[in-house]
Design a protein around this ligand. Sequence first.
Ligand code: CMX
Length: 140
Amino acid sequence: MFTQIDHVGIAVADLDEAIEFYRKAFDMEVVHEETNEEQGVREAMLAVGGSGSCLQLLAPLNESSTIAKFLEKSGPGLQQLAYTVTDVDAVSETLRERGLRLLYPEARRGTANSRINFVHPKDAGGVLVELVEKAKDTDH
Ligand code: CMX
């Protein structure tokens, strides 16, 4: 079902400060950065060696952002665990059949034109699980 850990998402208040921290503390470099208006985030992907898995830093674009709400309630820290899938529609359907709530009826646009959906954290042991079907022309 899942082919690898795509990324681990961390909520941060200030994206530039967080990027600087990860660079200085852990020698990690940004491989992709973008603003996703629909998700209400400024985000950066940082490579974890050559593993193909990334760390995703997520900062809120505005006060109504999911990340703003998360920071207010829980403070900065782990917000989501994302798995790579080859077909997000098929995996979403399988998980629905297994009784898990998917957040979106249809996949939405994620990082670098990937197609994404989420399993509600209450149905996954308190973990917000993201499903990521990568765009064909990207390696992150
Ligand atoms: N991880 C684990 N639990 C979480 C959570 C998270 N990230 N976010 C919320 N919860 C918990 C809450 O603490 C709450 O628990 P309690 O009822 O025990 O207090 C419960 O889930 C429901 O919370 P809620 O207040 O009803 O719902 P929220 O408004 O917090 O929304 C969620 C939760 C998952 C629906 C929302 O965060 C969401 O839509 N997430 C998907 C989109 C997203 O995360 N976008 C940003 C990243 C974009 C990207 O990756 O590209």
